[in-house]
Design a protein around this ligand. Structure first.
Ligand SMILES: Nc1ncnc2c1ncn2[C@@H]1O[C@H](COP(=O)(O)OP(=O)(O)OP(=O)(O)O)[C@@H](O)[C@H]1O
Ligand SMILES: [Mg+2]
Length: 221
């Protein structure tokens, strides 16, 4: 059970404070959508929540771990094992097949691919990617590429997955496919989902929502 508690988080870049003492929490099993204008601090907040950026003040706790005070090595391990990250532009390696892209986090972690083969097949089935596993990313539709990026984020069975505008680069049909996949992962596998989205339709899939304005939480429900 990994609730996420964000407590009085502030973050500046240079002399500009981008997050001003932000506090809220996400229950384990929630599907939270974060909305807000461009530049309001959504990506910064997501990065701080996922241990990619350290805040200047305040704490983030995921389950029992206060991630903001973990040493870099432990934080890297936590990111590799308990957290999945997905970005707007998929970030798939173009010279690798979809299968190798998905297995990359395991290879980087020095794990035996053999032990995860079955899970890869199951997840590929689940994300409707079985047929394209041996293809290269550029031959896939945007929706397929994003589902592959989501699959890659899931290969370690993370308890929570953070997504920064996962449908920002997709047409409405592919966006719908991605949102339906997230709903399924959340509902059936119990993965906690935290997504940043510009889209009203995208935000409507979640069961809770916060809106960020000028680095502060404007509404929360
Ligand atoms: N690494 C950085 N260095 C300096 N300034 C940054 C950095 N990252 C973000 N900022 C600034 O912090 C502010 C918030 O950025 P952030 O990316 O969190 O906004 P956002 O809400 O995600 O915007 P968008 O919807 O356009 O993605 C912006 O003014 C941005 O220029
Ligand atoms: Mg952003």
């Amino acid at each position: 059970m990994a609730d996420i508690i964000v407590s009085n988080v502030s973050k500046s870049f240079g002399d500009r404070e981008v997050l001003h003492s932000v506090s809220f929490s996400v229950r384990s099993g929630d599907f939270l959508s974060i909305t807000g204008e461009s530049g309001s601090g959504k990506s910064t907040l997501l990065s701080v929540m996922g241990g990619v950026l350290r805040p200047d003040a305040g704490t983030v706790t995921i389950g029992k771990e206060e991630i903001t005070s973990l040493p870099e090595k432990k934080l890297a391990l936590l990111r590799r094992t308990s957290i999945g990250f997905v970005y707007q532009f998929f970030n798939l390696v173009p010279t690798m097949t979809v299968r190798d892209n998905i297995l990359l986090p395991l290879r980087l972690a020095g794990e035996k691919i053999k032990d995860h083969q079955e899970k890869l097949e199951e997840l590929a089935e689940y994300t409707r990617l079985t047929k394209v596993l041996s293809s290269y990313p550029e031959t896939l539709s945007g929706g397929e590429q994003q589902r592959a990026a989501i699959l890659r984020a899931l290969i370690h069975n993370p308890e929570v997955i953070f997504l920064d505008e996962p449908t920002g680069n997709l047409d409405s049909e592919n966006a719908k496919g991605v949102m339906e996949l997230l709903t399924k992962l959340n509902g059936e596998l119990g993965v906690t989902v935290v997504q940043v989205t510009h889209s009203e339709t995208g935000a409507s899939y979640g069961n809770s929502r916060i809106s960020v304005k000028d680095g502060r939480i404007e509404t929360c429900f």
